[in-house]
Ligand binder design. Structure first.
Ligand SMILES: [Zn+2]
Length: 186
């Protein structure tokens, strides 16, 4: 079974709290449970909501380290919505569109978020992830107002976790198209 929300409602339901977003990022970073990148120990305790400390060597690791969410004052729930928004709009997104879509007060904030998200997106054939890559298809934005066979065309964001020795390097998202057999091909 695919494990990602199919639309905004599912996204809202699944990632309605900071804790839910954090758990998701934790699972991306450590799919088989915590493992210290320095000593390999598998026991850790939480220091704060974001921070975990290795029980053996006491190295501290943030769930968001190396991601576009790192050091952001904005909530993860907002970031997840922005990611969904940016990748589910068929004709691209402007900072103003993002601002309106998310109900943000500040255009500057919307612009900065959009800029970061765009940088994080994988462009086809470019920016290949290096090292051992964990990929997780996270979100789906179906095309609204289209029914029948055409609904098979959907845009997916793959969130990839790039390991760089510190756990994860970047979280990347991309829009993917999956077409059904009956759809027109060229
Ligand atoms: Zn350790």
């Amino acid at each position: 079974m695919e494990d990602y929300p199919r639309d905004l409602l599912e996204l809202e339901a699944r990632f309605s709290t900071e804790a839910a977003c954090r758990e998701y990022l934790f699972a991306l970073r450590w799919p088989e449970g915590f493992r210290c990148p320095r000593c390999g120990n598998q026991k850790a305790w939480p220091v704060s909501e974001m921070l975990w400390e290795c029980a053996s060597c006491h190295r501290q690791l943030s769930v968001t380290a190396g991601t576009i969410f790192q050091d952001s004052r904005l909530s993860l729930t907002l970031w997840f919505r922005a990611a969904w928004w940016v990748t589910s709009q068929k004709n691209g997104v402007s900072a103003m569109g993002l601002q309106r879509g998310l109900g943000l007060k500040s255009y500057k904030t919307a612009w900065a978020m959009l800029h970061k998200l765009r940088r994080a997106m994988v462009r086809p054939g470019r920016d290949r992830l290096q090292g051992r890559v964990e990929a997780d298809e996270a979100f789906v934005g179906g095309e609204e107002g289209v029914h029948g066979r055409q609904t098979e065309t959907k845009a997916m964001i793959a969130v990839a976790v790039e390991e760089d020795g510190e756990g994860i390097g970047r979280i990347r998202m991309r829009r993917r198209k999956a077409s059904c057999r009956s759809s027109r091909t060229r």
